[in-house]
Design a protein around this ligand. Structure first.
Ligand code: IPM
Ligand code: MG
Length: 357
């Protein structure tokens, strides 16, 4: 099968890790008889430097014309002082909106080979956990009306959700749960926020009418933040708003202790998705060949699974990564204390490529 993939490396370590993932994809394409065509586009600080804007139209058009998008990361201290509407992060938000990617899947699980990296108390970690955060991605306070008063001494941001916006992401959560342990926890702040009350009502109505087989419960976001550390094994699928999902997914990823391994998928109504590692652009280690390419390589596997329906190929990549970790190979971010024989980013990439040939 033939697919067009837009590569958006972005800033910092983005180019290194996207390059590694593209090599994995090329090898897998050859092995399974597919053809992947790659086109690279600028976004974030790198686009700002070259074109004076963080998200050039050419990038939006290129991504819209592609079958899927692979993104590295955007941002860095170099652009901390630019005006708000020019910030590199605007590129990410703009792409999500332009591509209609209203669902963000962020899995966080303890990797058996890396259990020692988990920051939880050993008796809690021993219960294991494997959760999928389903975050609403194109609505809520991220995209609501905002502003300041004339004097500039007061500001506001608005959280707004419609039933349609809640239903479509909730549906994705229920469908995801059906393929997992059949349990959805809807996270909100319904004891305070009106949007949360609508969120809760809507998720329940959908659950009762269309997904009675899925176990559904609710949790306030403050409690969810606590339970993620107290007993993450409780969770299967968590569905929540844009901002709560932003915060909880960072927490969940750090709880695994191996943020350098975590992938994500952003999806809409079409099969076109955007795939990116959960970690950021890590400007402090950019260009030093220290970045762990695994999260991006696993994001490439998610692309094959969710956008191209190539489950066998996705399994093949995930197994190669698991095997390399099982053999004890580590990059600097996940090495055991005192481990001397850790790999540089390109060496980890090559270890994985060797498993794939
Ligand atoms: C994320 C990031 C972005 C977000 C930033 C960079 C705008 O934190 O993908 O979680 O808040 O969505
Ligand atoms: Mg975030």
């Amino acid at each position: 099968m033939k697919f067009r993939i837009a590569l958006v490396p972005g800033d910092g370590i983005g180019p290194e890790i996207v390059q590694a993932a593209a090599e994995v994809l090329k090898l897998v394409a050859g092995k399974f008889g597919h053809e992947f065509e790659f086109n690279t586009y600028l976004a974030g600080g790198s686009a700002l430097d070259k074109y004076g804007i963080p998200l050039p139209q050419e990038t939006i058009d290129g991504c819209l014309a592609a079958d899927s998008v692979m993104l590295g990361a955007v941002g860095g201290p170099k652009w901390d002082q630019v005006p708000n509407n020019m910030r590199p992060e605007k590129a990410l938000l703009g792409l999500r909106k332009a591509l209609g990617l209203y669902t963000n899947l962020r899995p966080a699980a303890i990797q058996p080979a890396l259990a020692e990296a988990c920051v939880l108390r050993p008796d809690i970690a021993a219960r294991g956990f494997d959760l999928m955060i389903v975050r609403e991605l194109t609505g809520g306070i991220y995209f609501g009306e905002r502003g300041r008063n004339e004097a500039g001494d007061a500001a506001y941001d608005t959280e707004a959700y419609s039933v349609m916006e809640i239903e479509r992401v909730a549906r994705r959560a229920f469908e995801t749960a059906r393929k997992r342990k059949g349990h959805v926890t809807s996270v909100d702040k319904a004891n305070v926020l009106e949007t949360s009350r609508l969120w809760r009502e809507t998720v329940h109505r959908l659950g009762e009418t269309e997904y009675p087989d899925v176990r559904l419960d609710d949790m306030y976001v403050d409690n969810a933040a606590m339970q993620l550390i107290r007993d993450p094994s409780f969770f299967d699928v968590v569905v929540t708003s844009n901002m709560f999902g932003d915060i909880l997914s960072d927490e969940a990823s750090q709880v695994t202790g191996s943020i350098g391994l975590l992938a994500s998928a952003s999806l809409g109504d079409s099969s076109r998705g955007m795939y990116e590692p959960i970690h950021g652009s890590a400007p402090d280690i950019a260009g030093k060949d220290l970045a762990n390419p695994i999260a991006t390589i696993l994001s490439a596997a998610m692309m094959l699974r969710y956008s191209f329906d190539l489950a066998e190929e996705a399994d093949y990549i995930e197994k190669a990564v698991a095997d390399v970790l099982e053999e004890g190979w580590r990059t600097a971010d996940i090495k055991a204390p005192g481990q001397e024989d850790w790999l540089r980013g390109s060496e980890m990439r090559d270890k994985i490529l060797q498993k794939l040939v």
